[in-house]
Design a protein around this ligand. Structure first.
Ligand code: FDA
Length: 503
């Protein structure tokens, strides 16, 4: 039961019985704003008009999280959970519509415990990817974990929505490598894999954050990597033949050996090919010349940068000159306003369409960036129903459309937002359709929002966005939601609605 009217005073009173007061930051407290903005990555959601939480709870142990859930339900205050705060729509700390909610900020729960002998680790949701990667590298230079590029991303949201990076072709998603997890459900119970049951354990590994409860920690499988890996970054402008290399990349990148990951960044009139190879430069050069001539013939030993895997983390995820120690920096200092969205490509895009994209879309003064991540190999080898993440066999690559700007206020960003929306509309004939697919972790509210009917999110309305992120797995996710949270206590604008038995 959740009362229809919130009682914020009673909620805070209830929290005070179980949680030390210095861990609870009510809106009226002087610490509230600094805690709120501490992990906001998108300046769009620092604007005064943003619907803010009644308060932020920063638990230091599981019982605090359980108490927050029990008090929230009792007094009609919903909870949004935040791990790293990187959500593209800010749904871990803001609501689109007026709502009485509090944020559970897990940044104090960030332990990483490595079991080198068994090549596993337990990592708390509030840890960043950088903290996880660093702890693994401290334990061994031949173990790694396949997850995203940016070291400040939080484990909690990232694993919940899938999570991919430079090891995706060799080892798949972060979520594919989760062995166990600890969840606080909507009744405040602490559940491991066995206690939550198969359907819920399936759902939390890629079905998206917020919907099923608060995941406190994850047991993951660590993966073997060689002591030396090779990275390269080769820009090719349109005048230098980018169109040929890019057109060919689409066919080649998803079928290269799984040790080789080559992504492309398209900006202005240049395609930059960025790669990680799990080995040294010597065997890489012949593979490039033989399997991907268009780029391989432009490449020589000077392009190769041999390094350890942990050194490749700042190489791909941070600015030039960043060191391995910098991956531990949690500070979210960013002044950027951003708008992103995503697509999947199952049939290579024709050369003439790329010419049009460069000439029309990437040439504009307000243009953003396209990031193309190749699939194939391990990420595509997992059967579609095995996890909620459905973009598997047949996907050539993921597209991310990114635009950013540095001044808010009236009209700030209007041209950049329009560029993303218009370009997305233009791309429809070239990308996966029926449904048009999107990656949950690149959340975009333009794809649709929940409608709440009778105080529960509607399954039918949710299909609009849900089938884009999850295809046929959307229905099973909704059934798992009905098992663990039938009252829809944990919800946001794109959380999984409950679908009860027989529906
Ligand atoms: P945040 O805390 O905002 O949470 C995201 C969602 O998950 C919210 O709905 C939240 O309520 C929920 N949630 C958070 N913690 C939870 C928990 N413990 N239990 C249950 N629900 C929880 N992605 C990728 O796959 N590869 C990449 O390389 C990148 N790179 C990248 C760079 C940058 C700069 C940004 C801003 C984002 C990315 N991403 C990415 C996307 C990223 O994976 C995505 O935004 C994640 O959801 C972020 O997780 P956080 O915990 O940081 O976000």
């Amino acid at each position: 039961f959740i009362p229809s009217h919130a009682s914020p005073d009673d909620f805070f009173q209830c929290l005070s019985a179980s949680i030390p007061c210095q861990l609870v930051h009510a809106q009226s407290s002087p610490s509230f704003t600094s805690v709120l903005v501490s992990s906001i990555r998108n300046q769009r959601f620092t604007a005064p008009a943003t619907v803010r939480p009644l308060g932020i709870i920063a638990p230091t142990n599981a019982s605090h999280v359980q108490a927050a859930v029990v008090c929230g339900r009792r007094h009609g205050v919903r909870l949004r959970v935040r791990s790293g705060g990187h959500d593209y729509e800010g749904l871990s700390y803001r609501s689109l519509r007026p709502e009485a909610f509090a944020v559970v900020d897990l940044s104090n729960l960030r332990g990483v415990r490595i079991d080198k002998q068994n090549s596993t680790a337990w990592v708390d949701s509030g840890a960043t990817l950088g903290e996880l990667y660093y702890a693994i590298a401290q334990a061994s230079n031949q173990l790694a974990f396949p997850a995203g590029l940016c070291p400040t991303i939080g484990v909690g949201g990232h694993f919940s929505g899938g999570g991919f990076g430079t090891l995706l072709r060799k080892y798949g998603l972060a979520a594919d490598n989760v062995l166990d997890a600890v969840l606080v459900d909507a009744q405040g119970r602490l559940l491991d894999k066995n206690a939550m049951g198969d359907d819920v354990f399936w759902a939390i590994r890629g079905g998206g954050g917020e919907s099923f409860g608060i995941v406190l920690s994850w047991q993951v499988r660590l993966v073997p990597i060689p002591p030396t890996v090779t990275a390269f970054r080769i820009p090719v402008s349109v005048d230098e033949g980018a169109m040929d290399v890019l057109t060919r990349w689409q066919e080649v990148a998803p079928v290269l050996p799984d040790d080789l990951f080559i992504r492309v960044l398209l900006q202005n009139q240049t395609a930059t090919f960025e790669a990680l190879y799990l080995g040294t430069c010597d065997p890489l050069l012949p593979v490039m010349r033989c399997r991907f001539r268009e780029l391989g013939m432009r490449m020589n030993r000077t392009h190769c940068q041999e390094m350890t895997w942990i050194q490749s983390v700042p190489y791909f995820g941070m600015g030039a000159g960043a060191t391995v120690e910098d991956v531990l920096n949690r500070t979210a200092a960013t002044s950027a306003y951003t708008k992103m969205t995503s697509d999947y490509v199952r049939q290579a895009i024709r050369r003439d369409a790329w010419e049009n994209i460069f000439a029309t879309w990437l040439a504009r003064p307000d243009a953003g960036i396209m990031i193309l991540d190749p699939y194939g190999a391990a990420i595509s080898g997992v059967p579609e129903p095995a996890t909620p993440f459905p973009h598997r066999a047949g996907v050539l690559y993921n597209i991310q459309y990114v635009n950013l700007w540095f001044a808010g206020g009236d009209g700030g960003g209007a041209a950049q937002m329009k560029w993303v929306r218009d370009f997305y509309a233009f791309m429809e004939p070239y990308v996966a359709s029926s449904p048009r697919e999107a990656y949950f972790n690149y959340r975009d509210l333009d794809l649709g929002e929940n409608a709440v009917v009778g105080n529960v999110s509607s399954y039918e309305a949710g299909k609009v966005w849900g089938e884009k992120y999850f295809r046929d797995n959307y229905r099973r996710l909704a059934m798992a939601k009905a098992q663990i949270d039938p009252d829809d206590y944990f919800r946001n604008e794109q959380s999984i609605p409950p679908l009860g038995p027989g529906k």
